[in-house]
Structure formats: structure tokens, C-alpha cells
Design a protein around this ligand. Structure first.
Ligand code: FES
Length: 108
């Protein structure tokens, strides 16, 4: 769980329509940029321990598809759109500070 905003990479390094996996302390985070908006969710699939960032970004649905069993997770809510995953992944807050993407707790 992220308790404060943590600097990651320069915003310019995250290209439009791409995603990237990051390690922030003990947290595994996936960041993605779609239509200039940056999203951050937990990078570990809730179904089994695999990295969502090794899957596919579904740009028109704002989802990422797990590489192992194909469940798709919303980048906005973390909820799975289909089985076998049933539980959501955590969604993080994103801020840009001095051109750097900062990831932290989601606003309540
Ligand atoms: S490990 Fe992701 S859907 Fe099974």
C-alpha cells in the first residue's frame, strides 16, 4: 500500500498508448498513458501472481488484459471485466510534479 506520493519516471518517458511496470518499495505498480491521461494500478493480477504489464493495453476500453488467463482490468476502477479474475486490483492516485509522474494513495 502506498501511503505517500512517490516520484517515478519523467512523464516524457511514458509514451502515449503504452504502459510500464514499476517497483515502488514493496509495491508493484503499472502506469499507462492513454489520450494524455496517466493511470496507475497494482501490477499484480488478482487471480494469480503475474505481471499485468506483460499483457496488453486495450486502449479503447481503458483496460489492461492479463497475459496469463486474459481477464481485463479497468485502469480507472481496477475492477475485472471478466473471469477468471473476480477481485479488483488497487488503483493509485497520479500527480505530475516538475514533469515527473508521482504515484500515491488514491483520493477518497
Ligand atoms: S493470472 Fe491474471 S487472469 Fe489468471
Amino acid at each position: 500500500m502506498l501511503t505517500e506520493f512517490t516520484p517515478t519516471i519523467p512523464e516524457s518517458e511514458l509514451l502515449e498508448g503504452t504502459m510500464q511496470g514499476l517497483e515502488l518499495g514493496d509495491e508493484r505498480v503499472l502506469i499507462a498513458k492513454i489520450d494524455g491521461e496517466i493511470y496507475a494500478i497494482n501490477n499484480i493480477c488478482s487471480h494469480f501472481h503475474t505481471y499485468l504489464s506483460n499483457g496488453d493495453l486495450i486502449i479503447d476500453r481503458l483496460e489492461v488484459q492479463c497475459p496469463l488467463h486474459d481477464s481485463c482490468f479497468s485502469l480507472k476502477t481496477g475492477e475485472p471485466a471478466d473471469i477468471p479474475a473476480e477481485d479488483p486490483v488497487e488503483v493509485y492516485g497520479v500527480k505530475i510534479d516538475g514533469g515527473v509522474i508521482c504515484v500515491g494513495p488514491r483520493a477518497a
